[in-house]
Design a protein around this ligand. Structure first.
Ligand code: CP3
Length: 354
C-alpha cells in the first residue's frame, strides 16, 4: 500500500541530497559542505592506512581507495565524498612514466617538449583503470544517499606537469611551448582533453554523482590566452560528460579574471578561490551558476571564533548567489587540525538550517 511510509531508496535520497540540489540551483535544507583535499594528510586515520604504500600505488587498490574516501565523510559529516585519487592517475594509466614524490608532487621522468612526445599520450580506455570502476562501485554502495564526486585534472594543469616535468611556479617551459608552437600546444591539449573526458566518463558510468574539473594552475593565464589557447580543450572535456545529468564543477586557483569563462566553458557550478568574494563572483558569472567556495584554507589555523567569523562572511556574501556549496578556496592544508574542519561543517549546517 502506497500510504505506508517507507525509507526512501538510496538513489532517491541521493537525488534529493543537499549537495546535488544545490548543484542544480534548487532549494536546500541547509548549505551543503565538502572540502577539496578532505581525504588526505590532515587525517591521522589516513596517515595510518597509507603507511608503507606509495601514493600512486594506493590509488590502484579499490578497498584502500574506498576506505580513504569514506574517512572524511564519517569524521566530518560532509555532504559529499570526493573520490580518492590524483590528477596524474589517468596519465600514469596510459603509460606515462611519472611518480608522486612526497612533499613535492607529480614528477614526470621525461618532460614533454616536442611533437614526437605526443605519441606517448595513448587514448585512455576503461580497461586501463578498471580499479577506478571497481572502487566507485564499492563506494556508491557504501555511501547510500551521500553523493560521490569524481574528478580529473584539466588539460592546462596536466600539460603544465607534463611539460615542466614537475610542479612549477612560473610555468616557463609550458608557456614557451604554448607561445612558441601553438599548433603542437593545441594538439597536446586536445589529446589531454580526450584522456580527461574518458576518465570522467569512467567515473560517471561507474556511479559518480558529480564531477569536478581541477584546472588548478590556469590562473597563470590572461583572459585572452585562456580563451584562445586553453578553453577549447576544457570545453571538449565538458562536452564529453554532457548528457548524463551529472553536475559538472569547474575550479581553478587565482582565476578571478577567468570566472565568467570557467562557467561558459560548460560547467554547471563554478568553484571560486578565496580572493574574490562570492557576491562579486556571482556578478562575474552573470548570476547564472551555482558557486562553490570559498573560505581561505589558512583561516582554519586561527582560533575558533575567528574561523566562524570568516565562515559567516562567506555565507553572507553567498546570500544572493543562485545556489551555494560551501568549500574552501583551495585544498585542506596537510597540517590543518581535523577538529577545526568538523566544527566548520557543524557551523555551516546550523547557521544555514532552513
Ligand atoms: O580529498 C580529495 O580532495 C581527493 C584527493 C586528491 C588528491 N589529489 C590526493 C593527493 C585530489 C582531488 C587531488 C587533486 C590534485 N593533485 C590537484 C588538484 C587540486 C589542487 O590541489 O589544486 C593537483 C594540482 C594535484 C597534484 C598533486 N598531487 C600535488 C600538488 C600533490 C601534493 C604534493 C605534496 O606532497 O605536498 C599531490 C600528491 C597528493 N595527491 C597527495 C594526496 C593526498 C599527498 C601525497 C601523500 O599523501 O602521500
Amino acid at each position: 500500500r502506497s500510504d505506508i511510509p517507507t525509507t526512501p531508496a538510496a538513489d532517491e535520497r541521493l537525488a534529493d541530497s543537499a549537495f546535488l540540489r544545490a548543484c542544480r540551483g534548487q532549494e536546500v535544507p541547509h548549505t551543503p559542505v565538502w572540502f577539496m583535499r578532505q581525504a588526505g594528510r590532515s587525517l591521522p586515520e589516513y596517515r595510518k592506512v597509507r603507511e608503507g604504500t606509495a601514493m600512486l600505488e594506493s590509488c590502484t587498490r579499490p578497498e584502500l581507495v574506498t576506505e580513504i574516501t569514506l574517512q572524511p565523510v564519517r569524521r566530518h559529516g560532509v555532504d559529499a565524498a570526493i573520490y580518492f585519487s590524483d590528477i596524474v592517475v589517468p596519465l600514469k594509466a596510459v603509460g606515462i612514466d611519472l611518480d608522486i614524490v612526497p612533499g613535492v608532487g607529480p614528477v614526470v621522468a621525461e618532460p614533454f617538449r616536442t611533437r614526437a612526445d605526443l605519441e606517448r599520450l595513448r587514448p585512455l580506455e576503461a580497461g586501463h583503470v578498471s580499479y577506478v570502476t571497481e572502487a566507485v562501485r564499492l563506494l556508491t554502495a557504501e555511501l547510500g544517499g551521500t553523493p560521490l564526486i569524481g574528478f580529473a585534472g584539466a588539460p592546462f594543469t596536466l600539460a603544465s606537469y607534463l611539460v615542466e616535468g614537475g610542479p612549477s611556479r612560473n610555468h616557463e617551459h609550458t608557456k614557451a611551448l604554448m607561445y612558441g608552437d601553438p599548433q603542437l600546444w593545441a594538439d597536446l591539449l586536445d589529446k589531454l582533453a580526450d584522456i580527461t573526458g574518458a576518465f570522467l566518463r569512467v567515473q560517471i558510468e561507474a556511479g559518480a554523482s558529480a564531477v569536478q574539473l581541477f584546472d588548478s594552475w590556469v590562473g597563470a593565464l590572461s583572459p585572452v590566452d585562456y580563451r584562445t589557447r586553453v578553453r577549447p580543450a576544457s570545453e571538449k572535456v565538458f562536452s564529453a560528460v554532457a548528457g548524463y545529468g551529472v553536475p559538472r564543477i569547474h575550479f581553478g586557483v587565482g582565476t578571478g579574471e577567468l570566472l565568467g569563462q570557467l562557467g561558459d566553458a560548460g560547467a554547471d557550478v563554478v568553484g571560486v578561490d578565496w580572493r574574490v568574494p562570492l557576491d562579486e563572483a556571482a556578478r562575474r558569472t552573470g548570476h547564472a551558476k551555482p558557486l562553490q567556495g570559498n573560505l581561505d584554507p589558512a583561516v582554519l589555523f586561527a582560533p575558533r571564533e575567528a574561523v566562524e567569523e570568516q565562515a559567516a562572511a562567506v555565507l553572507a556574501a553567498a546570500r544572493d548567489v543562485p545556489a551555494h556549496i560551501f568549500n574552501l578556496g583551495h585544498g585542506v592544508l596537510p597540517t590543518t587540525d581535523p577538529d577545526a574542519l568538523t566544527r566548520l561543517v557543524e557551523f555551516v549546517h546550523t547557521r544555514t538550517a532552513r
